[in-house]
Design a protein around this ligand. Sequence first.
Ligand SMILES: Nc1nc2c(ncn2[C@@H]2O[C@H](COP(=O)(O)OP(=O)(O)OP(=O)(O)O)[C@@H](O)[C@H]2O)c(=O)[nH]1
Ligand SMILES: [Mg+2]
Length: 172
Amino acid sequence: MKPPGTGSQLTLHGLGHSARGRRWRFMLIGPTGVGKTTLLAALEHRDGVEAAKTQMIDYSGWGIDTPGEYSELGHLRRALTTVVVDADVLVVAQLSTSERSVFPPNYFLMFNQETVGVVTQVDLPGADVARASGLLREVGVTGSIFPVSVMTGAGISELRELLQGQIESSKE
Ligand SMILES: Nc1nc2c(ncn2[C@@H]2O[C@H](COP(=O)(O)OP(=O)(O)OP(=O)(O)O)[C@@H](O)[C@H]2O)c(=O)[nH]1
Ligand SMILES: [Mg+2]
């Protein structure tokens, strides 16, 4: 397994182990093209990487990356419900310019894990952070919501700090 956030502080933090005895990890969830893989690269200080379409659930990084289809398509979404056991925190991505969520109302309330929302690509014209945040609440995201842009860097360090804080508290 390659070290998460190579060359950064995340190398150490990312190797924190959860109370359940395995490496602490978050999982990025959301439809295709919202920017999950690009966001993960930015969180790992790998800025400027043009993300390829995610084809499989990817456990190689600091967070577990999922293909958007696992959020969009019924039969794959059922698989997602079993894969989330590998994560300590669910990071749910909602595109800032989208008028709807792909998830049913209160979907994330069925999971035990903490849920964090990200409103992605807030640099785009037509971005509506309030609408996207409302959609995240409707689908059951109860934790903090971070408006982010990998283009401008907005919100990235705040989200990284929250996740690092979760690692620290998982060791206690
Ligand atoms: N303007 C803008 N574009 C972004 C931002 N983040 C990602 N993108 C672009 O959005 C496209 C999709 O990004 P990905 O990170 O591949 O999206 P994904 O959610 O991982 O998609 P899947 O792998 O299909 O699930 C890419 O062309 C990115 O360059 C952002 O903050 N602002
Ligand atoms: Mg991807």
